[in-house]
Unconditional design. Structure first.
Lengths: 324, 327
């Protein structure tokens, strides 16, 4: 199948590579920033366009990948669905749950497969955690803590820095953990959130959530875009007979380059796996299109995740818990 | 020589305080009283101090101050008796299970003109003192948010009997951090939200064993705190006190008791952490001894204990009502 990439930033490049790894061909790269489109198109032997709509409408395009700013997702999904194209949409699904619902309706009407990239469901460490919880080794789980984040993404002027567009760390980043908590522990009951969402003098966001699930489990979730550098993930799950912990900073591979006159030292931690979680989600998406299986994450799951993040942000504004 | 007595060894911290008194050159452990005579006699033998069975006789004895390490609900009666006898008092945390008792404790000591301290030894933990020094230096600028934990293993016994403790892990493990933040930031708490429950020990405990709190301090500082008895029996140590402090100029992380060795013990079939570094309890007890000698309040006062208790009482209320409680 032929793939159009809408939004040629870092995630656009990553998904172009995953599509190729899954045996698909990138035929069009679209970005309103022309040099970005040209650069990615050249890399993948595709043609570059400015206008996402023309990429969607191109006759040879079967799959549309949406890696544009969150607020543009609904219109692009709706347009692609009307054109009968399958859709891979990067998370968060959309800026609001109302947009998600319209996008789902459009996909249903267009009879296309709409997949939202909640990639954490495909990370091996998270799958291992899920397997341990469901295997019962820690007994009935009663509490979970998830921590994710690091440096504020995007350069000055980027849409990430406009909270109306990105929703800050709560909608853009913590949504991974909100989705995963619901995936493993079921539906949420109520949520309370504090978030900094600062712009001056320094752009930073730090979000602290306490959530009660319908099962009775209490979840504590922290998302940070307030650190001077780096990115880390920590998980702790407690049950009646034990506790599971994961800490990404306790990495199996670390390399530290010696300081040279050329510039500062670069530190590269990593968790090498033979098949990346991004490729696993792509394979799931392709298998679904080919009618081989249903995907691990549905558009409805992605809608629920947006609803949870939306409730968290509503709690920030109301300064009271929000019942879901 | 400052003579200090200990009232009750119900709280295990009494053992550490007794050892501190023995090690200080200018202090002595004068006598022990306990409403559990068997326990009191055993501790008297351990620490080489006389056991006095009658509370009135004990309080009339030759000593300058007392450390009260009873069950939480008994603090008030013991403080009132000790204050009436003119003794300087260091009371184990929480000062009382509820605000009403905590206020009565503070009032009794004021009326009797005796010094009152609350046992918050974390203020003497060097990594936490370093964090305060960094914040006070101004190098990190304004503080915007803090994420804290005070986890522990389930203590059992009277800690999990509400009639004696007044509450579970949320009561036991919120006050240290509440006090630390008031001390470090020089600001008061303004609101509290909390989800709590018996999440992990339904078969063995009746009280809550975990609280997930969201608090706000003056100036809009956003704080989350985890108070728990969530560490499994196989956890390599008792628990932790940690803070992640988000500042204008960067991030400060403190893991207050992370000065440790890892020991793989084949005989005990256990992996454990062996602590090293300075003992915060020693700083707490030295300050109390100095306060008795100088006839002043200890550095961590009864009012500090009262303020921390206001936070825990609000946390339980927030859980009962499902709403944010303003302080």
């Amino acid at each position: 199948m032929n793939v159009a990439i809408l939004g040629c930033g870092g995630m656009g490049r990553l998904h172009a590579q995953m599509a190729v790894n899954c045996g698909q061909k990138v035929s069009v790269c679209a970005d309103t920033v022309r040099p970005a489109a040209i650069r990615l198109a050249k890399e993948f032997g595709a043609r570059a366009v400015n206008d996402p709509e023309s990429a969607i409408m191109a006759k040879d395009v079967d799959i549309v990948v949406i890696t544009t700013p969150t607020t543009t997702h609904e219109v692009l999904v709706t347009t692609a669905a009307a054109a009968g194209k399958h859709i891979f949409c990067e998370k968060p699904f959309a800026r609001t749950s109302a947009q998600c619902k319209r996008a789902i309706a459009a996909a249903r009407k267009g009879g296309v497969n709409l997949f939202v990239g909640h990639v954490v469901r495909y990370f091996q460490e998270f799958e291992a955690l899920r397997a341990q919880v469901q295997g019962g080794i820690i007994g009935e789980p009663g509490w979970a803590k998830l921590y994710r984040g690091g440096i504020y993404p995007g350069a000055p002027g980027s849409w990430f820095r406009d909270y109306d567009q990105s929703g800050g760390v709560t909608l853009d980043c913590m949504i991974h953990d909100l989705d995963w908590l619901r995936y493993v522990f079921g539906e949420p009951e109520r949520i309370y959130c504090q978030a900094l969402m600062r712009t001056a003098p320094t752009q930073m966001d730090y979000s602290q959530v306490t959530m009660r699930m319908k099962s009775g489990l209490i979840a504590t979730v922290i998302g940070t875009w307030a650190h001077p550098s780096g990115f880390k993930v920590k998980v702790e799950i407690c049950g009646e007979s034990g506790m599971l912990q994961f800490d990404s900073t306790d990495a199996p591979f670390r390399a530290e380059a010696r300081q040279t006159a050329a510039g500062p030292t670069m530190i590269v931690p990593s968790n090498p796996v033979s098949v990346s979680p991004y490729q696993l989600e792509w394979q799931d998406f392709i298998d679904w299109i080919e009618g081989k299986s249903l995907p691990r994450v549905t558009a409805r799951d992605a809608l629920r995740a947006v609803e949870m993040a939306e409730a968290a942000l509503k709690s920030v504004a109301k300064r009271q818990p929000v019942t879901l | 020589m400052i003579k200090i007595g200990i009232m009750s060894f119900a709280h295990m911290h009494a053992n550490s305080y007794a050892a501190c008194l023995k090690s200080l050159p200018d202090a002595s452990l004068a006598a022990i009283w306990d409403d559990n005579p068997k326990r009191g006699k055993a501790m008297a033998r351990t620490f080489g101090a006389p056991f006095i069975a009658d509370q009135g006789t004990f309080l009339r004895g030759d000593m300058d101050g007392v450390i009260i390490t009873s069950e939480n609900v008994k603090h008030r009666a013991m403080v009132e008796a000790a204050a009436a006898a003119g003794k300087w008092i260091l009371c184990e945390k929480p000062l009382a299970p509820g605000v009403q008792d905590a206020k009565a404790i503070v009032a009794a000591c004021k009326k009797a003109r005796v010094g009152l301290g609350t046992a918050f030894p974390c203020r003497y933990a060097l990594p936490l003192m370093e964090a305060k020094a960094q914040l006070d230096s101004g190098a990190f600028g304004a503080v915007y948010a803090v994420a804290c934990t005070n986890h522990g293993q389930a203590p059992g016994g009277w800690f999990a009997d509400e009639a004696l403790s007044g509450g579970g892990a949320t009561m036991d493990h919120t006050v240290h951090v509440a006090d630390l933040l008031r001390w470090m930031l020089g600001k008061e708490f303004t609101s509290v939200y909390c989800e709590l429950g018996n999440q992990l020990h339904r078969k063995t405990l009746k009280t809550d064993d975990l609280g997930s709190l969201n608090l706000e301090m003056e100036g809009g500082i956003q704080v989350s705190h985890l108070a728990s008895w969530s560490r499994p029996k196989t956890f390599p140590t008792w628990g932790d006190v940690t803070l992640e402090i988000i500042c204008e100029g960067g991030v400060i992380n403190v893991d207050a008791f992370n000065q440790k060795l890892t020991c793989f013990d084949d005989n005990a079939k256990r992996v454990g952490w062996v602590p090293w570094g300075d003992n915060p309890d020693l700083g707490l007890i030295q300050d109390f001894v100095n306060a008795v000698r100088d006839r002043r309040d200890p550095a961590v006062t009864g009012v500090d204990g009262l303020c921390a208790t206001e936070v825990t009482e609000a946390a339980y209320k927030a859980f009962r009502t499902g709403k944010v409680v303003k302080l």
